[in-house]
Write a protein that binds this ligand. Structure first.
Ligand code: PMT
Length: 405
């Protein structure tokens, strides 16, 4: 699926000789599917594990494997200068050493010297080699020079040993790449707090009152904010969506916990986006033991009101004269425009995303959504039915626009 951050980005993927090379074929494929133009450079050792044809097939582009026999010896300069990102993955101990010392003995290392773009390396090696002081010194040297180092993961390696040296899986690698590509985006330097997912209000230790929110829309907003360079804190209820890489994740269960988590960090934020579906009520006296069906009659559950978090933030903002841009959501099944306008005013929001949750293609759990953004001075923007990722991007662009005018 195409992604606007990766679309048409030129990524040079250097692959050095490790068993983890096969993972880079998947990475090259996924980046290409997301719209990136991936130029692969294979070292001689990498070609012992994978062939140029593998990468050519998944990227649809020429693969570079030899220093001198292509379009002349300045090809590396062209690649290095035109790239938006150079990623070396997997980076073996040998290639790390060469990059750290400025060696220029193969196509990958000369391209790295010619690169004017951000450089990212993903070390992968077996047998505890990553912990060796020589490797660690090379990694430290590269880091000091501004190279982004993706730490290898702990786990079982090809030798059967368990330790730190595994190349992260593709989804995590793409998360790192997105963070680096987005770091000078329009929201660079901004702190964004996003809430997502449902709250669960305990009735007893095994039951709760909740709603259908999956967290998809809020998680997509967090990824869109990262792509635009923001520092993102994402507070979620219990959800199954993967948390975007580079996001500071806080998990809560109840509305009161969400309130406390929001208020604990609100001071550092520039933007608050409340996409969570917060329970308005909770059982007043949750039972400490499981309520038994053998008891006499049917239990009556007395409810009490939960704090309105958005209203609490608004009050905090007024007292502290804070410059906080506040975005709320309105989940509506009818009279959406009137209800949205009323929540915009009542909750003191700068923008509200009105979400029709009555259908199957929009609102809770769906992969797609459609939103109407309402703001002050009769601002009204329709975001038509599309993926929740694309909706999130459109919302974040509008927020960025309103912040910068
Ligand atoms: O998670 P998904 O499955 O992807 O679905 C997305 C969504 C439908 C949950 C999302 O798009 C959405 O509409 N979220 C808001 C749901 C909601 O609680 O709406 P509301 O109209 O009840 O609340 C209005 C606003 O006040 C919301 O921003 C809400 O977060 C906030 N609120 C509500 C209650 C409360 N006690 N405190 C609050 O701050």
């Amino acid at each position: 699926m195409s992604n606007s951050l990766l679309d048409s980005k030129r990524i040079v993927l250097g692959v050095s000789g490790s068993i983890a090379c096969y993972k880079s074929a998947d990475l090259a494929s996924k980046l290409t599917q997301a719209g990136a133009l991936v130029d692969v450079i294979l070292t001689e050792a990498a070609q012992q594990f994978v062939t140029p044809l593998t990468f050519q097939a998944v990227t649809g582009r020429t693969v570079y494997s030899d220093l001198w026999n292509r379009d002349g010896h300045v090809q590396h300069v062209k690649l290095g200068e035109s790239a938006d990102l150079l990623l070396v993955s997997p980076a073996t101990a040998h290639t790390l050493a060469k990059l750290a010392q400025g060696f220029a003995d193969n196509f990958l290392t000369v391209t790295a010297l010619a690169a004017r773009c951000p450089v990212v390396v993903a070390p992968a090696m077996d047998g505890g080699m990553f912990a060796h002081p020589a490797v660690q010194e090379n990694v430290a040297l590269l880091r000091a020079r501004g190279v982004v180092v993706i730490e290898p993961k702990e786990g079982r390696m090809a030798s059967g040993l368990v330790g730190k040296g595994r190349l992260p899986e593709t989804a995590e690698m793409i998360g790192h790449i997105r963070r680096v590509l987005g770091r000078n985006g329009v929201l660079a330097g901004k702190h964004v707090l996003i809430s997502a997912g449902p709250t669960q209000e305990p009735i007893d230790p095994v039951r709760f009152i909740s709603n259908h929110s999956s967290g998809k829309q809020g998680v997509a907003l967090a990824q869109a904010a990262v792509d635009m360079g923001a520092e993102v804190t994402l507070i979620t209820g219990r959800i199954h969506e993967p948390i975007p890489f580079g996001v500071n994740h806080v998990q809560i269960q109840t509305a009161v916990e969400l309130h406390d988590a929001v208020m604990a960090v609100i001071q550092e934020q520039d933007i608050l986006i409340m996409a969570a579906a917060v329970g308005d009520f909770r059982p007043k006296n949750p039972a400490t033991q499981k309520i038994k069906k053998e008891m006499d009659g049917v239990p009556t559950i007395e409810l009490t009101r939960n704090p309105d978090i958005t209203v609490a933030v608004r009050a905090w903002k007024a007292v502290n004269h804070a410059e906080l841009f506040m975005v709320g959501f309105a989940a509506e099944t009818q009279n959406w425009l009137e209800n949205g306008q009323s929540k915009l005013a009542r909750k003191g929001l700068d923008l509200i995303a009105v979400n029709d949750v009555g259908g199957t293609q929009t609102g809770f759990r769906s992969a797609t959504n459609a939103i109407t953004l309402l703001g002050k001075d009769d601002l009204m923007i329709e975001i038509p039915l599309q993926s929740k990722e694309a909706v999130a991007e459109a919302i974040m662009k509008q927020v960025a626009k309103m912040l910068t005018v």
